[in-house]
Design a protein around this ligand. Structure first.
Ligand SMILES: C[S@@+](CC[C@H](N)C(=O)[O-])C[C@H]1O[C@@H](n2cnc3c(N)ncnc32)[C@H](O)[C@@H]1O
Length: 454
């Protein structure tokens, strides 16, 4: 029987959902040891113990895997940003593919359907948006990434996954705010001036947007804020937008819906492929611009679209997939539940001269039912749902509508596999491909095309 705070030797048998090594204790209990790899012999201290599993803190690697690598980042062991830097990039892709295969197998589907995984040639500095909390403890301000499983911050002077400009601008903003005696937020006392420093950059346009999440609108007229804005825009002339987001609520949600633009425009732009997108302080935009292009191209190619066909796009967000597919089909009905996303989607269609997308605000399943009752027919259905996947009624409706092809983009291969199993009663699954949108983390995006059985 394992005991808390004691050290044990383990042989790592597998790697789990979050890149943590998995071992078994002598009496068969599952033990997770983060930072370890398959086949390694390790010593770990038990720091959490319950009926179903134990958590081990890695103390020593007695026999290292051949795939073990020295993390490039000196903050890796503490920082909550990455999970996979203790192995080489190629192995992270192999592990991600294996996780998708396991989820497919669990549903009794054919694992050979899982094909290529598209990694990045240079898997660094890929995030186009940084969000650092600014906190105050005992009268001192701090900035940085959250530590793994904690509310403390790592003062990460560097970050290997964050676009270099956004990281530098965010840290410089912190210095300037600190110099002007602005106070970081204190979660316990719910006091302070600045809660978050967010910086976005258009990777193709080099336009930068700064967003400070502040607790009071009065900071928009504060002369100290003027100084900060003047200094940062002098140092970084590519800053095209500076916005204050006013969020005084006791909430974990970072942004409120109240924005005040205090410099430049309310938005910046960037491109995915040939298409331009407006990015506001609170709009969703794929954080890895280059891989978003790979993902959308893959979907478009795999779907083998025909020009006279109609598409139903569910969970359409700010409309990037619809815009991408628009020149290859007759028209697209795009359904999205968040009003501001629908407004952004309309604007994105407008600036790209896309006139064949019909935007529908509402719940994907309810709106699909309405469209079906109106007698609409769709040749293709494309879905990009949140992590929980499609709902059962939604799947039934898709099966009833019986489009000739379904394109499924998924950020969660477990719910993708569950949904594919249900859809496979009437559809052949062509293949499942993967795009690594978030190198060094456990996330993986899947693209799958299904064809109506003859
Ligand atoms: C993975 S994102 C898709 C992003 C989209 N492809 C884009 O380019 O913006 C999932 C989207 O589903 C939306 N959503 C969540 N629940 C929904 C529902 N019940 N009905 C319609 N849309 C929903 C979310 O607001 C989000 O925009």
């Amino acid at each position: 029987m394992l005991e808390l705070n004691k050290q044990y030797n383990f042989k790592i048998k597998d790697v789990g959902m979050n890149f943590e090594g998995i071992a078994k204790s002598d009496d068969g209990l599952t033990v997770f040891v983060p930072g370890t790899l398959k086949d390694e012999q390790v010593t770990a201290k038990i720091i959490k113990l319950n009926k179903n599993y134990a958590l081990g803190d890695l103390k020593e690697i007695k026999e290292a895997s051949k795939r073990r690598a020295k993390p490039v980042c000196e903050y890796y062991s503490r920082c909550g940003g990455c999970e996979a830097m203790h192995t080489d990039y190629k192995n992270t892709l192999e592990i991600k593919k294996e996780k998708v295969i396991n989820n497919i197998k669990k549903q009794g589907l054919d694992e050979t359907l899982v094909k290529d995984i598209y990694g990045m040639d240079k898997p660094y500095y890929y995030r186009n948006k940084v969000q650092y909390p600014m906190i105050n403890r005992n009268g001192r301000n701090y900035v940085g990434m959250y530590e793994k499983g904690s509310h403390d911050l790592v003062n990460n002077k560097e970050c290997y996954i964050q676009d270099e400009t956004t990281h530098k601008v965010a840290r410089r903003l912190f210095e300037l705010l600190d110099k002007e005696k602005f106070v970081g937020y204190n979660e316990k006392t719910l006091t302070g001036d600045i809660r978050n420093i967010m910086v976005r950059r258009g990777i193709h346009t080099d336009e930068v947007m700064c967003v400070l999440v502040v607790t009071d609108r009065c900071f928009a007229k504060d002369s100290r804020m003027d100084k900060v804005v003047k200094e940062i825009t002098k140092e970084y002339p590519n800053i095209k937008s500076f916005v204050l987001n006013i969020n005084a609520k006791n909430t974990n949600v970072i942004l409120s819906d109240e924005n005040v633009c205090i410099f430049g425009d309310e938005y910046i732009t960037d491109k995915i492929g040939n298409y331009t997108f407006k990015i506001t302080a609170d709009s969703f935009f794929q954080v890895n611009t280059l891989q978003a292009e790979v993902l959308y191209n893959l979907l478009k190619t795999e779907m083998e679209l025909e020009k006279d066909k109609t598409v139903l796009e569910l969970y359409s967000g700010v409309g990037s997939i619809g815009i991408y597919l628009s020149d290859a089909v007759k028209d697209i009905y795009a359904v999205e539940i968040v009003e501001s996303a629908v407004e952004a989607a309309k604007e994105n269609a407008r600036i790209n001269n896309v006139t064949n997308v019909i935007h529908v605000l509402g719940d994907a399943t309810k709106e699909t039912l309405k469209l079906k009752d109106e007698g609409k027919f769709f040749d293709y259905i494309v879905v990009d749902p949140p992590r929980k996947g499609l709902d059962e009624q939604g799947i039934e409706l898709i099966l009833e509508l019986a489009p000739t092809k379904i394109g499924y983009v998924s950020c969660n291969s477990a719910t993708l596999a569950r949904d594919l199993k249900l859809l496979s009663t009437r559809y052949d699954i062509k293949e499942i491909k993967m795009v690594d949108m978030f190198p060094w983390t456990s996330h993986i995006e899947c693209v799958c095309v299904l064809e109506l059985k003859k």
